[in-house]
Ligand binder design. Sequence first.
Ligand SMILES: N=CN[C@@H](CCC(=O)O)C(=O)O
Ligand SMILES: [Zn+2]
Length: 411
Amino acid sequence: MSILIKNIKELLQVRENNVTLVKGADMKTLPTLKNAYVLIEHDTIVEYGSMADLGEIEAETIIDATGKIVLPTWCDSHTHLVYAGNREQEFVDRINGLSYEEIANRGGGILNSAAKLQNMDEDELYNISAERLINVMKQGTGAIEIKSGYGLTVEAELKMLRVIKRLKQEFPIKVRATFLGAHAFPKQYKEQPDSYIDLIVNEMIPLVSRERLADFIDVFCEKGYFSLEQTARILEAGKAHGLTPKIHVNQFNAFGGVALGVKHQALSVDHLEIMTDEDVEVLKNSNTMPVGLPACSYFISIPYTPARQIIDAGLPFALATDYNPGTSPTGNMNVVVSAGCIKMKMTPEEAINAATINGAYAMGISNMYGSICRGKKANLMITKPISSYNYLPYAFGDNLIDQVIINGSII
Ligand SMILES: N=CN[C@@H](CCC(=O)O)C(=O)O
Ligand SMILES: [Zn+2]
């Protein structure tokens, strides 16, 4: 199977060398090629170049992209896409003045999602999750991280991770799985929280690892959720079982979670709505990717991650959706890229770098995903005819994606 895309108005994120992330001032550069072509064979980008250099090439499928822009598919490094039901009542409660914290304290929030998921049959959970996955693929996402964390019992956490595994097997999109048993304390552990940490460390992590159900270990490190000490214990146990840390930190409070993540060589630290100068400082000279989730800030009206401060400090930065029923009921990376530009003052070049190559880095897959590079996976999207790539974040809410190719297949 071969596909030739020709007469491309502009081909974005073209990398001659296989860079694995971009940071600081380099994020302002988005290498492009005008009037270009790309040749795909099976699941791989084998060649690209200027139309002037296109010789006689045979291809089974030829796509004429006149007037259109082609770029790598989005790499969404933070989602909770597997969940049992929506929480629109909490949305209305927030409009009527309750905060995220107040709703959680009344038994809403993550515990509300866990109760629904524990009662849902695994096939039904798979079917509704598959529908969401198909939807985000059509919106241009070609690689995605999906977390557990709405189970909160051994059985329900494993159910979630098996659903993620099945999604990975059934769809061409690249899926990375994260074990987030430490998302909230189940009600029965409220008075003896360390017994829940024992359950995670002694039962859940060994089972998840034995059945190879996850790549990453995550913890919601936050006041009222998991403390620095509890987070450290879980990360240590995860690492001992081959899981790489990726943590939720600084969503509502800054109290040293970023430094803890860096100390444990977290691949990414996510949320970061509340950042101190020390948090930014500690990320320098680390291999940890800071990840912002602007759809969450928008939806629950909390501050936006200070992307400018982070990038201007010379750091890399990634954007992701945080797709979940409580704080970000969208998996649409196009909206996230727009929000990065509009609310975080990122340039379109920075936002596209953040949502492609840096998102891939935050999933540990940027050697094969996130840029147009010979030998990389054939994950590309073709826009409708548009005036320039700036139009993508500018026309927020418009569907500007015409065709999506994932793993060499047209979706
Ligand atoms: N903050 C923690 N976890 C999710 C929200 C979970 C929920 O409210 O269901 C997040 O990343 O925003
Ligand atoms: Zn999250």
